[in-house]
Design a protein around this ligand. Structure first.
Ligand SMILES: Cc1cc2nc3c(=O)[nH]c(=O)nc-3n(C[C@H](O)[C@H](O)[C@H](O)COP(=O)(O)OP(=O)(O)OC[C@H]3O[C@@H](n4cnc5c(N)ncnc54)[C@H](O)[C@@H]3O)c2cc1C
Length: 394
């Protein structure tokens, strides 16, 4: 751990700066506020959920696992739905995106009212502390910084699909609705939750959809079985897995297609499964994708547009606001930061929450369930650190 400003750090504008106001940033802020900590949180609230998820989407996480976290038990989605007469079930009723966004907006107004919607455009380490620049040029100094930037900067598109105009190829992150594809041929690449959501919702919008994926079958979530173990057992298993110390491979946790999507897709979409894309080329304003099947056969599909629902690759180098000196100071594995048990990077005072922490803390950090453990844990650590500093200074 880099020692260079651990003990010297003095907050000038704030003690803790949180970058990002998604489920992780807001949950941490709610716990810090309850602990009376000095913090600021930056970013447009729930921007990923409001701007980058398809209208009409149903959450993949069960109702009981779709909470933002605050110390108040009334902060849970179940309590919020119950107070408003909104249909809710821990497992059997999928949560609509619109309901979740309304709940999250209420959560933010109730538990994190003082939010600064400005974007952070640069972050540099000082000695001591950190300097943040906001999108209006204002400079803030903070003793601790928490990166809670979600998947925003990490879209992954296969090499052979890059370099085309956005009219021909786009990533699933950029699709909120699919009306513009009505009557057109759309090729969706991928077999994860985003691919299935895009394919199903585009079909409902009147597009002719083909789906191509390397996987030989679509692995939907298992539909809830009333005779299987209780949700409480499943939740306890998930929580136990969150705070493991050894680094591990990130799996696609909330990216498994919802059990409720099977009927919306099967028989309505042309499926090319077991195919790996080799090349893509433009042909008279359309795009032709050539792929090789599992038995060596070649296939070419021509479409008006290709959506690459090909996931996200968290990578510190892709954070556009991060000073290059900081990149050098953070120890990483495959460009994901290595974190201590308190979610701190090797650059003392710099913390990470959410998907960028999944390499160290497991796939739950990709889903909001991870915030239910990580946010109170990090808030308690930061509050203790600030307290220790005050005692030392006195
Ligand atoms: C299509 C889709 C469906 C999903 N469905 C589910 C689901 O059903 N259940 C589930 O648990 N998970 C789901 N996920 C995963 C989901 O992204 C995470 O659970 C959750 O959003 C992670 O929270 P977060 O706060 O880390 O990230 P985000 O929600 O992405 O929030 C990060 C925030 O940081 C902001 N930000 C980034 N850079 C800056 C900056 N420089 N300055 C200020 N702000 C910045 C962004 O605008 C964003 O609002 C889904 C993901 C996708 C893509």
């Amino acid at each position: 751990m880099a020692p260079y400003f651990r003990d010297l750090c003095v907050a000038k504008n704030c003690n803790i700066a949180i970058i990002g106001a998604g489920p992780y940033g807001l949950s941490l802020a709610a716990h810090l506020k309850a602990a009376g900590a000095d913090f600021r949180i930056f970013g447009r609230p729930m921007a990923t959920w409001r701007n980058h998820m398809p209208r009409g989407m149903l959450l993949k996480s069960d109702g009981f696992a779709s909470n933002l976290s605050a110390p108040d038990p009334a902060s849970k989605l179940k309590a919020w739905c119950s107070a408003r007469g909104i249909e809710f079930n821990d497992r059997y009723i999928p949560v609509p995106l619109s309901v979740f966004c309304d709940y999250a907006a209420w959560f933010q107004r109730t538990y994190v009212p003082a939010l600064d919607v400005r974007q952070v455009t640069s972050l540099a380490a000082m000695h001591p502390g950190f300097a943040l620049t906001l999108d209006n040029g204002e400079r803030i100094e903070a003793a601790h910084v928490v990166l809670a930037v979600g998947l925003t900067h990490f879209t992954h598109t296969p090499e052979c699909l890059t370099g085309f105009s956005p009219e021909l190829v786009s990533h699933s992150f950029y699709h909120r609705d699919f009306d513009r594809f009505a009557g057109r041929h759309l090729l969706v690449i991928g077999a994860g939750a985003s691919a299935i959501d895009c394919a199903a919702l585009a079909t409902e919008a009147g597009a002719h959809v083909s789906l191509m994926a390397r996987a030989s079958s679509i692995q939907y979530q298992t539909a809830p079985d009333p005779d299987a173990g209780s949700w409480l057992e499943r939740f306890q298993e998930k929580l136990a897995a969150v705070f493991r110390s050894e680094p591990r491979q990130t799996e696609e946790a909330a990216t498994t297609p919802g059990w409720f999507m099977r009927n919306k897709l099967e028989g309505k979409v042309l499926e090319y499964l077991g195919y790996t894309i080799d090349t893509a080329r433009e042909e008279a304003g359309r795009i032709a994708v050539t792929a090789t099947g599992s038995e060596g056969q070649t296939l070419t599909v021509t479409a008006d547009h290709v959506i690459a629902a090909t996931g996200y690759r968290p990578d510190l180098r892709r954070l556009p606001f991060l000073d290059s000196g900081m990149l050098d100071a953070v120890t990483h594995t495959d460009h994901s930061p290595r974190l201590s048990g308190n979610l701190e990077t090797s650059l003392a005072g710099l913390y990470v929450l959410g998907p960028l922490a999944a390499q160290s803390f497991g796939p739950q950090m990709r889903d909001m369930t991870g915030a239910e453990s990580a946010a109170p844990r990090l808030a308690a650590h930061l509050a203790r650190t600030a307290q220790a500093r005050r005692i030392k200074a006195a």
